[in-house]
Ligand binder design. Structure first.
Ligand SMILES: C[S@@+](CC[C@H](N)C(=O)[O-])C[C@H]1O[C@@H](n2cnc3c(N)ncnc32)[C@H](O)[C@@H]1O
Length: 191
């Protein structure tokens, strides 16, 4: 039920995305984002990084980084290098501003990029808050990760790939949030 609601919220947002006018053309993404921006609550961010067992020397990638709260938290809490990628220049500008505010530019890099065109080979930890079908679309890239990489996803599973762990958290007075963990090499579901 909660997953259907989360999915619906993200998809509904896509349907009502404003059409770009001439003056915001320079801020327009090179193509329409595959999912709208909805931030992960900080308590869920903390749980995702904890579940991924982020450790010294790891490189963390957040695919669709929004305001960069995940890479910033990873860098500040675990002292690791972290990268945030987003296709939307507005999100990239917001992320860069947050990196600056947190004085963490030596550890966090933000790039405007389409996540489906990324080489993920340098990542040890990948964080996702996308949509179920986008997680599935990422499988060919995730299958190329080195062994021992951890992938954590907020709310959404990855059909066809068995998670190693999944848990639910309910922040005070809020809805249920799911967190899924996979460790490479990915284990395909046998049906
Ligand atoms: C649901 S938000 C998650 C933000 C952040 N990861 C968090 O958990 O707080 C998804 C983000 O993905 C970005 N996005 C959508 N499609 C993308 C694509 N193809 N490449 C890169 N970013 C994309 C959106 O602009 C949005 O900021």
């Amino acid at each position: 039920m909660y997953r259907r609601i989360a999915c619906l919220l993200l998809l509904t947002g896509l349907a009502v995305l404003p059409v770009a006018t001439a003056q915001d053309k320079k801020d327009a993404p090179p193509r329409r984002p595959d999912v709208i921006y909805v931030p992960t609550p900080q308590v869920v961010v903390d749980k995702m990084l904890d579940l991924a067992q982020v450790r010294k020397g790891d490189v963390v990638y957040d695919l669709g980084c929004g305001d960069a709260r995940i890479p910033i938290t990873a860098a500040k809490k675990y002292g690791v290098k972290a990268f945030g990628f987003d296709i939307d220049p507005v999100r990239v500008a917001e992320s860069l501003e947050n990196v600056k505010k947190n004085e963490i530019g030596d550890k966090v890099a933000i790039k405007q990029q389409d996540i489906f065109e990324l080489d993920l080979s340098k990542a040890d930890v990948i964080t996702l808050y996308l949509l179920p079908q986008l997680n599935v679309k990422l499988i060919p890239q995730l299958e190329k990760l080195k062994p021992g990489c951890r992938i954590v996803s907020h709310d959404f599973n990855m059909e066809g790939v068995k998670p190693q762990k999944e848990l639910t958290i309910t922040p005070d007075g809020g809805r249920e949030h799911r967190v899924f963990l996979w460790v490479t090499p990915l284990e395909r579901d046998r049906k």
